[in-house]
Design a protein around this ligand. Sequence first.
Ligand code: 13P
Length: 257
Amino acid sequence: MERRMLVAGNWKMYTTSGEGAVLVQDIAEELRDDLDDVEVVVCPPFTGIKAVSTVIELDHVHMGLGAQDMFWEAEGAFTGAIAPRMLTELRCTHVIVGHSERREFFGETDETVNRKVRAAFDAGLTPIMCCGETLATRDALRTDSFVHGQIMAGAAGLSADEAARLVIAYEPIWAIGSGRTPTPESANDVARAIRATIGAMYGPPTALQLRVLYGGSVKPENAKLFFAEPDIDGALVGGAALKADSFSAIAKAACGT
Ligand code: 13P
């Protein structure tokens, strides 16, 4: 089963709209010849989505556009929230759901993550659903059972076709922004376990189509090691996604793997 590599940049709460437009232009320039074998997605803050979308459209850039979160309702009295169709109107293709920072600072739970995943599919968006353990969970040797629970709850109630199009980002919390990473082999073990969970839920053929990304201190220097692992299909990149040269180097590392 050939799964297309995916490299997504999570810009978090960095870049104004103007800075985001410049960043995506610079990334597009660096990747001009290399975009065919790898799917590249940028995820600016909400306020930058329109400007980035305009650059992608006017410059004919082959790049996906994602939001970092959304609400599951179509509209309503939900102050501060953003609805799926507000994203699709701006030509978003993807949405990150359940990032550990949203779980930690904004009260996201497996249940709200699941509602958002299902709403994303209903709106025609591809969810990038995040999971991953704390250091305490890892030290207690409970990573597999913890992540298994996150996937069982977060990916519940999908059709097999949706589950096959789901993207899951495995991001150990202790590796995010820390410069520390698991070994590529141990990240692959968790990615394989995630695939097995989706296989148990939706059948092995679906699991073979599922893309699992690794995230947490991915840099140009280590990206290829993760991409060489059989169950890792790309990366969700934070800090290194904010510089055109490092992000494009990571995307290029995914070409031909
Ligand atoms: P860093 O690449 O900065 O560790 O962030 C990873 C991340 O959280 C991507 O969503």
